[in-house]
Design a protein around this ligand. Structure first.
Ligand SMILES: [Zn+2]
Ligand SMILES: [Zn+2]
Ligand SMILES: [Zn+2]
Length: 287
């Protein structure tokens, strides 16, 4: 989302102050723990609402600007989709210390599944959600003047939702290709601009693409003991684990060296892929 951090910060502050006032105004009649939970819940609800308002304001201000394929705020699904996008986004960043991107996505998916069941189970609505993230990512580049990290995250989320959609709803693929998503998350400008430009129906990223297309697209080798600086390697030279397609390496040597560690994960990924959505759709029975 374009100024998510700012919006979140502002919203959190306002919500906290409002909760404080509320707290001071009414004497608590419930047990302290319950009261604290209640306060937290009301804080979360207020924050959610404030975030939506902030985003809505921002959208209205940008009414004359290109929407890069995303629906207008007068569209009947606008509120539902942006609400979902914000909730997914917030939950995605919930564990900022988590180094495992897959975990972050899973947290975001699980925590939005019930409330946004209609979106998760409609390919059309999911497409709208995807275009919400590509719209935000494109704006990060063209309006925010090179907020590449924000653009990376928005592009990665769009790609993840696209993968979910293809696997779970359209059934055009058997599994989620997380390597592609991870590449966008960590990717250079060339990788991100190329992805977003392909997703949007307008030509807003054409100029930027001309600037960045000569940059080599870089990826990182999954072997933690890789000898390359920053484990960075040109993407065109990378090798993928053909079993799970979740990890990539700079060389057969690195792949071999990492196999003892990756082996268990690799088998786990294969199983998880087969069960993940069936578990969710069947009333969350895996949890
Ligand atoms: Zn555009
Ligand atoms: Zn390597
Ligand atoms: Zn593997």
């Amino acid at each position: 989302m374009p100024s998510r951090k700012k919006a979140k910060g502002k919203a959190r502050k306002v919500a906290k102050e409002a909760a404080k006032e509320e707290d001071a105004a009414k004497p608590s009649t419930t047990a302290p723990v319950a009261a604290a939970n209640q306060q937290q819940e009301s804080l979360n609800a207020q924050m959610q609402q404030l975030l939506i308002n902030t985003l809505m304001d921002e959208c209205r201000n940008k009414e004359e600007q290109c929407r890069h394929g995303f629906i207008k705020d007068s569209h009947k699904d606008f509120e539902e989709i942006t609400k979902f996008a914000l909730a997914f986004n917030n939950n995605f960043w919930e564990e900022p210390d988590s180094t495992n991107l897959g975990d972050c996505f899973e947290i975001a998916l699980r925590s939005t599944w019930d409330e946004f069941y209609d979106i998760w189970n409609s390919a059309t609505k999911m497409d709208l959600a995807i275009s919400c993230f590509t719209w935000a990512g494109t704006n990060d580049i063209v309006l925010e003047d090179g907020h590449i990290e924000e653009a990376n995250a928005n592009a990665a989320i769009a790609s993840y939702l696209e993968e979910c959609n293809a696997m779970h709803l359209r059934k055009t693929q058997a599994s989620i290709n997380s390597a592609k998503t991870a590449e966008l998350f960590k990717g250079d400008e060339h990788t991100v601009v190329k992805y977003l430009r392909k997703k949007i129906p307008c030509s807003c990223l054409d100029k930027k693409y001309k600037e960045v297309k000569s940059m080599a697209r870089m990826g990182s080798c999954y072997n933690p003991n890789c000898s390359l600086p920053d484990q960075k390697i040109e993407r065109s030279r990378m090798l993928y684990c053909t079993r799970c397609s979740q990890v990539n390496y700079c060389s057969p040597e690195c792949q071999k060296a990492d196999w003892k560690i990756h082996k268990e994960d690799c088998l786990g990924y294969m199983k998880e892929k087969a069960n993940f959505f069936s578990g969710l759709t069947g009333g969350l029975k895996r949890w």
